[in-house]
Design a protein around this ligand. Structure first.
Ligand code: BES
Ligand code: MN
Ligand code: ZN
Length: 489
């Protein structure tokens, strides 16, 4: 789908949408329509109980701008949510048969017209994303028809605003693609290959294979990988957008390209969901793409620990003891608690090699996180209150919401092991917190660290505001915003 901006409504064939703030239907909102189309709009709005609620849409046909056409009213809601309006229109029209949608925001957005236009464009593009690669039999009416969205009234700055916003939209799309692809297509090596094109955007890529990781002593990560025919990879992406004296921030993603559970095999029902157990790594890759596309003025390192968790004859056993790169030993009680084993070595590696002062890891780490927060918030764990507040602020601003969870010594004790330095699972209670405590044991003194357990956020079973059902792209906008607000000045 294409986005364009215009100063006046075109005359060719298109659907026309007007944005409506609550309580303005009887005032100026419809003033640009001919009288008959205005009257019909008011009748339709009344019949459909529409009064400009966020994302609500009225659809009818009337004569306007010289032709009979599909007309839509879309609500902005009390928070003047242009993104939601753009998304709602596209959700309605994507497979409607219309090829062009004109969204007229003239007069509604005031001094923030450019920002509003870019928000409509973001919402439209995000909501139009779908992945039809493997659908060879879609009939004509199931195929997307919408090719272009023209936004009218954004003013001279709209294009520039969209240039930055579209970088983030492309990052989200990249993450969704990685998350959507099944485990036979995206495995550690092919994940790396999908990220290779980021080099052309200026991202520096470094890859550690099995031998390199063995030489570094990454026994925790390698233990997970050892039951799979697919070799593990550690993918390191660096965006150096600021002077080299500026300390980098590091993002570390769990990239379990398929999580069968290993010898602690998961039950069959729903196991296919575990293709998206690389959603943390996917978010890191998408964020790196967004930052590079908009040439962010920051130094950012993205590390993805990529493994497949499988139960072959060489697989690690419950009870095995592995030695992590940090030197700490881990008793593997449950091979299905593999994410923390992958992340701990990635965390040690990035601290040893790049000494970041701030680290944020993202992981679909625990089912317990979904039990606690459902699909509304990712869980945030942090060893630093300022960092937690920065992430919470970015979460609110970006729409990728977070809720802070506790850490503490009483939880930490729960993963002490009788044979090794720690075990990889605690009791059933507080399962997300003990997972976070495990990771915390690998963070050096003085490093600000946050762990985001995004198990409930990367995949949606029903459509949301800016996504269809499936991969949401959660985390990209959050990380982009976090960098923009805290590391680019
Ligand atoms: N990838 C899963 C967590 C998960 C489960 C994410 C469901 C999304 C949906 C993780 O590797 C896992 O298996 N965790 C176990 C930990 C347990 C063995 C302590 C879990 O949550 O059951
Ligand atoms: Mn698991
Ligand atoms: Zn997992």
């Amino acid at each position: 789908m294409r986005i364009s901006f215009a100063d006046a409504r075109p005359s060719a064939a298109h659907a026309l949408a007007l944005v409506v703030a609550p309580g303005t239907l009887d005032g100026t909102a419809l003033g640009s329509l001919p009288d008959a189309a205005q009257a019909l709009a008011r009748t339709a709005a009344k019949a459909l109980r529409f009064d400009g609620e966020a994302g609500a849409v009225v659809e009818y046909f009337a004569e306007a701008d010289g032709a009979n056409r599909r007309l839509l009213l879309v609500g902005l809601g009390s928070k003047t949510d242009f993104e939601k309006a753009g998304a709602a229109l596209v959700a309605k029209l994507l497979t409607s048969g219309e090829t062009t949608l004109v969204v007229d925001i003239s007069g509604v957005a005031g001094s923030k017209a450019a920002e509003a236009a870019a928000a409509v464009a973001s919402g439209a593009m995000l909501r139009s994303w779908r992945y039809d690669t493997y659908r060879t039999k879609l009939d004509a009416k199931q195929r997307p028809s919408l090719e272009e969205v023209v936004i009218v009234g954004g003013g001279a700055e709209a294009e520039a605003r969209w240039a930055a916003a579209s970088a983030v939209v492309e990052g989200v799309a990249f993450t969704r693609e990685l998350v959507t692809e099944p485990g036979n297509i995206i495995y550690p090596e092919s994940f790396v290959e999908r990220c290779r094109p980021l080099e052309a955007l200026g991202v520096k890529i470094e890859v550690l294979g099995r031998d390199a990781m063995a030489a570094l002593g990454m026994g925790a990560l390698l233990g997970v990988a050892q039951g799979s025919a697919r070799p593990p990879q550690m993918l390191v992406m660096r965006w150096e957008g600021a002077e080299s004296s500026k300390a980098p921030v590091a993002f570390v993603g769990k990239g379990v390209t398929f999580d069968s559970g290993g010898i602690s095999l998961k039950p069959g029902g729903g196991m296919e969901d575990m293709k998206w157990d690389m959603g943390g790594a996917g978010a890191v890759a998408g964020a790196m793409k967004a930052l590079a596309l908009r040439k962010a003025n920051a130094n950012v390192i993205g590390v993805c620990g990529l493994v497949e968790n499988m139960p072959d004859g060489l697989a690690q056993r419950p009870g095995d003891v592995v030695t992590s790169m940090s030197g700490q030993t881990v008793e593997v009680i449950n091979t299905d608690a593999e994410g923390r084993l992958v992340l701990c070595d990635a965390l040690t590696w990035v601290q040893k090699n790049y000494a970041p002062k701030t680290i944020v890891d993202l992981a679909t780490l625990t089912g317990a996180m979904i039990v606690a927060l459902g699909h509304e918030y990712g869980g945030l764990f942090a060893n630093d209150d300022l960092l937690a507040d920065q992430l919470l602020a970015a979460a609110t601003a970006s729409g990728d919401r977070l809720w802070r969870m506790p850490l503490g010594d009483a939880y930490d004790k729960l993963i002490d092991s009788p044979i090794a330095d720690m075990k990889n699972v605690g009791p059933r209670e507080a399962g997300s917190i003990t997972a976070a405590q495990f990771l915390k044991r690998f963070i050096d003194e003085g490093v600000r660290w946050a762990h985001l357990d995004i198990a409930g956020m990367v995949w949606a079973s029903k459509p949301g505001t800016t996504w269809d059902k499936g991969a949401t792209g959660y985390g990209v906008r959050l990380l982009d915003r976090f960098v923009a607000d805290n590391f680019e000045n």
